[in-house]
Structures are given as structure tokens and as C-alpha cells.
Design a protein around this ligand. Structure first.
Ligand code: 5AD
Length: 373
């Protein structure tokens, strides 16, 4: 058995590839025990507010990319955003997450600063921003938002392979620029979060192992991972679906290519969650919506049982939610906020966990480990 407190890249690769049920059972148990020991039984709930789907980026996998002409674009008003914050407060969520497409023109720095200030006036909840990268690393925007009262920033690096990163993000200056943004955000004082997709075409097993190693190197406070879900209005989604169809028509087992490439399924996502918990014991790790999307009934609970300690319920007004389809059928998994909230809390209690209280700051950040390493 490996040294669970210090997994090597080889150990990680081994578990990623393993299909030995006994061995995986040990992995799930270890991850759950480490979760309990380092971050406890509380499941922290974050109210997700999808502020705008306007986007100028061309990420080849994402349904709200600039070149998808088939969606209506929106931006919430200040009052609508504050109403969503109030809804999250009513449900007792300790933090809210403002997420949007990557568009400085739709999300001007000063407007975001004002939103953060207004939220601060009505709420003590932690404020998390997930607004993408500012062009040419305009770090002043991040500083302004931090000074206005934002606490956390999420920006996934998506893949640790620089070539794959560039293929997935045409027009982007490259992975290093994204990593620089994360380092800068940490320096400014944010709790920082990142993550990757599982089974995105071109991701090898080694790449995924490196993604997990990079979580540790970046010393992340929050880590979100989810399966790649092919969106038919995107170049990568179309390519993926074409290959799938070809395989089906010709009787080719999709498993044939998993010798080289990672599958985008639930098991892979859960293995990644578990390994991430072992490698970053103090991080906040959500059972993501993408995971719940591929297993509607058990996705969240399976994530919670294998290392996750956070869920991010959506509090965006229903009329906008359906327009924020970064991957297909995302919005249809999200029931009306009240019903979803009630169901989620019942499910959390049913697996023997408690509902988190307060802002749910990451233990990694609280213990200040990143300052001493
Ligand atoms: N499948 C899965 N995840 C996706 N994301 C965007 N598009 C997809 C997709 N098609 C994820 C990215 C992004 C986050 C907000 O959503 O990882 O960082």
C-alpha cells in the first residue's frame, strides 16, 4: 500500500488506472477518513449566481463561448443580483459565488467593485468571484475587488498540459498566464480555487496525474473537478459526438481508446476527487454540478462520500439559468431553488453529514499553511 500522506505521481497514476474493486474501496475509505479528519463532517453550501453569459472567449468546449450564436445573452441587474444574495442568505448559505463569462466589456471593473460593495452592505457571507481572467493580466481589477470586500477567486486551469491548454483555448496567451493569475490572486490575499475537467479529449492519464500534482504545487484552497460534457454547439463537443457515433456504428468499444485517454465518466471523476482529497487534505472540494449531471440521483452523495465537503446550489433566477448552459442539460438538473435546497439538505443529513455554518473558509487558508511553505 502507498504512503497515503505522501502519494507520488506513480501512486496517483496507479489508482487512476485501477479497476480493482478492493483497491478502490480502500481509496474511497482513505479519502473519506482524511476528509473527516482535516475538514470535518460539515458540508458547506455556496449560492451560485450566474451573473452574465456574455463571453468573448473561444474555449472549444464551452457552450457560452463567443461563437455560439444560438443563445440569448444576458446580464443580471444589480437589484437581481442582490435578490439572489438574499435568497442564498435565507437558505443559510455561508457564501455566494458570482460567476460569468469572460468579458471585461460586460463586467467592467468598477461595476463589479460596486456589486461587491453593495453585497457587503447587506451580508456577511463570504464573496467568491469566478469571472475569468482579466486581459493582459490586469491585476488592478483583482486588487480593487479584494479591497471592496471579495474574499475568494475561482479560476480553473482546466489542464496542466500546456499544449492541450492552448488547443482548448484559441487566442489565449497560454497556461503560464493562467497560473500567473492564480499566483497573483493569492499574493493579493484571496483564497484561491482552481480545477480541471476529467476526460476532455486529448487528456492522457499522465496529464490527469499531473493536474492533481499541480493542485498541490499551487497549494489551492478550493479545488473543483468535473467530467467533460460534450456540448453540441461547440467544436470539441461536435468532434467528440462524431467519434462516439462512428464507434457505435462500427461496433467499436469506447473502452478501446481509454488505453491512452481518460474517460469522462463518474468513476474517473470520483477517483480524481478522492485522490485530490488525499493530496490536498485541507482544501475545500465541491461535489460539482457536472458530477451531479451525469448521475442525477447519487452524484452529489457519491462525491461527498469520497472526499468532497462542499456543494454549490444555484440561486440564479430561473429565466437566466436556462441561458447559462456551459454544458448540455445543466439547467435541467437544477430544480426550483427552494425545492432543490430542501432536497439537498435532506440528502446531506441522510449520509450522516451536517450542514456547514458560517463562511466555511478553507482549512488550508485558515491554517495559513500557504504562508509558511
Ligand atoms: N463540460 C464540462 N465542464 C465544462 N466547463 C465548461 N464547459 C464545460 C463542458 N462542456 C467547466 C470549465 C469551467 C467551468 C466554469 O465549467 O471547467 O472552468
Amino acid at each position: 500500500m502507498p504512503d497515503w500522506t505522501d502519494l507520488s505521481r506513480e501512486d496517483i497514476l496507479h489508482f487512476l488506472r485501477s479497476s480493482d474493486e478492493k483497491e478502490l474501496e480502500t481509496l474511497w475509505n482513505e479519502a473519506d477518513a482524511v476528509r473527516k479528519r482535516f475538514v470535518g463532517d460539515a458540508v458547506h453550501l455556496r449560492g451560485l449566481i450566474e451573473v452574465s453569459n456574455i463571453c468573448t472567449a473561444q474555449c472549444t468546449y464551452c457552450g457560452i463561448r463567443v461563437k455560439n450564436p444560438n443563445i440569448q445573452r444576458y446580464r443580471m441587474t444589480m437589484e437581481e443580483i442582490l435578490d439572489s444574495v438574499r435568497l442564498a442568505q435565507q437558505f443559510g448559505y455561508g457564501s455566494i459565488v458570482l460567476q460569468s463569462g469572460e468579458t471585461p466589456a460586460a463586467m467592467p471593473t468598477d461595476w463589479v467593485t460596486e456589486i461587491v460593495r453593495e453585497i457587503r452592505k447587506i451580508s456577511t457571507q463570504a464573496i467568491t468571484l469566478s469571472l475569468g481572467e482579466r486581459p493582459a493580466n490586469d491585476f488592478q481589477a483583482y486588487r480593487d475587488w479584494f479591497e471592496a470586500g471579495a474574499d475568494r477567486y475561482l479560476i480553473r486551469f482546466e489542464t496542466s498540459d500546456p499544449e492541450l491548454f492552448s488547443r482548448l483555448h484559441p487566442g489565449h496567451p497560454g497556461l503560464e498566464c493562467r497560473l500567473e493569475a492564480l499566483r497573483k490572486l493569492r499574493e493579493i490575499g484571496f483564497e484561491i480555487g482552481s480545477g480541471c475537467m476529467i476526460g476532455v479529449p486529448g487528456q492522457s492519464w499522465e496529464t490527469l496525474a499531473d493536474d492533481i500534482m499541480l493542485f498541490r504545487t499551487l497549494d489551492l484552497d478550493m479545488i473543483g473537478v468535473g467530467p467533460f460534457l460534450p456540448h453540441p454547439e461547440t467544436p470539441l463537443g461536435q468532434e467528440f459526438l462524431k467519434v462516439r457515433k462512428f464507434q457505435e456504428e462500427n461496433g467499436i468499444d469506447p473502452a478501446a481508446i481509454t488505453e491512452y485517454f481518460v474517460p469522462n465518466d463518474e468513476q474517473m471523476t470520483l477517483k480524481t476527487v478522492a485522490l485530490t482529497r488525499l493530496v490536498c487534505p485541507r482544501a475545500n472540494i465541491p461535489a460539482t454540478t457536472a458530477l451531479a449531471c451525469i448521475d442525477r440521483s447519487m452524484g452529489h452523495r457519491n462525491g461527498l462520500n469520497r472526499g468532497a465537503n462542499v456543494i454549490m446550489p444555484n440561486v440564479t433566477p430561473a429565466k437566466y439559468r436556462q441561458l447559462y448552459e456551459i454544458y448540455p442539460s445543466k439547467s435541467s438538473t437544477l430544480e426550483e431553488a427552494e425545492r432543490f435546497d430542501k432536497m439537498l439538505k435532506e440528502r446531506i443529513l441522510a449520509v450522516g453529514r451536517t450542514i456547514g455554518e458560517g463562511p466555511g473558509t478553507s482549512e488550508n487558508f485558515r491554517s495559513g499553511r500557504h504562508l509558511t511553505q
